[in-house]
Design a protein around this ligand. Structure first.
Ligand code: MN
Length: 253
């Protein structure tokens, strides 16, 4: 198997919005060519069918069925579509709760929808969830505890920004953590990331929302996270890549 990427290091991007890039189709093709493993998350259930169809034969790109917390207030009825498509989706996301001031108005609705999503996923079992928890880490963990028994699937906390005690709670729930370059920019971020157990560590780009060098991050930019993570934990990018790849295999097996 050829795994040619930047510096020939295998890249794993567990949270990227490929369908929000203007060159979506080319980007899927590029990830396939370079053997970049991507979980292409969506923000609305309505986006599921064409993303699913576009990647029906992809070897490296998987699609998540999503219902983003920042849009649930605009279209709460799409929970019905979510439920309908959920039977054909192994990967779920982006889902979660956003507690930042701009989204406070819909907080209760977000929580209700998130918990309904968790119930649906728990009932079916075997799913892998990528979860948003900006300014809402404690409520997200509370909802997971109540609505998603650890035996019913796997949870990846994407762009985790909680504190150490929240990290401990998430660890106890068996959560994985997908780390992006932005999380490693501040001392606080690096301190938290350094406390993530290596066997739970994954990587992400969160493109195109996250930017690197003034442009939307692409899956290949996960290399930056590998390099920075390596510096943080005293390993080479190659070693970090091996750890992430091993974690991914465990997650999907
Ligand atoms: Mn995202």
């Amino acid at each position: 198997m050829i795994e040619a990427t930047r510096n020939n290091i295998p890249i794993v991007d567990l949270h990227c919005h490929l369908d929000l890039f203007p060159d979506h189709v080319e980007l899927v093709h590029e990830c396939e060519q370079k053997a970049i493993r991507v979980l292409s998350v969506t923000t609305t259930p309505r986006a599921w069918p064409w993303n699913r169809d576009l990647n029906a034969n992809s070897r490296y790109v998987r699609v998540g069925l999503g219902f983003h917390p920042e849009i649930v207030a605009e279209r709460p009825d799409e929970i019905k579509l979510f439920e309908r498509y959920s039977y054909e989706a192994r990967y779920i996301g982006e889902i979660g709760i956003d507690g930042r001031p701009a989204n406070r108005h819909s907080y209760e609705l977000q929580r209700k929808v998130f918990e309904r999503v968790l119930d649906i996923c728990a009932e079916q079992g075997g799913k892998i969830l990528t979860v948003h928890s900006a300014s809402a880490v404690t409520p997200v963990i509370d909802s997971l505890e109540k609505h998603f028994p650890t035996s019913r699937g796997h949870v990846i906390l994407h762009w985790f920004s909680g504190n150490l005690s929240e990290l401990q709670r998430a660890k106890k729930l068996g959560c994985y953590f997908s780390v992006n370059p932005a999380m490693l920019r501040s001392k606080r971020g690096r301190d938290i990331v350094a406390s993530i157990p290596q066997e739970r560590m994954l990587t992400e780009s969160d493109g195109p929302f996250l930017t690197v060098e003034g442009r939307p991050a692409r899956p290949s930019d996960v290399f930056i996270a590998l390099r920075e993570l390596g510096t943080l934990i005293g390993k080479s990018p190659e070693e970090v890549s091996s750890i992430v790849l091993r974690n991914l295999r465990k997650l999907v097996s």
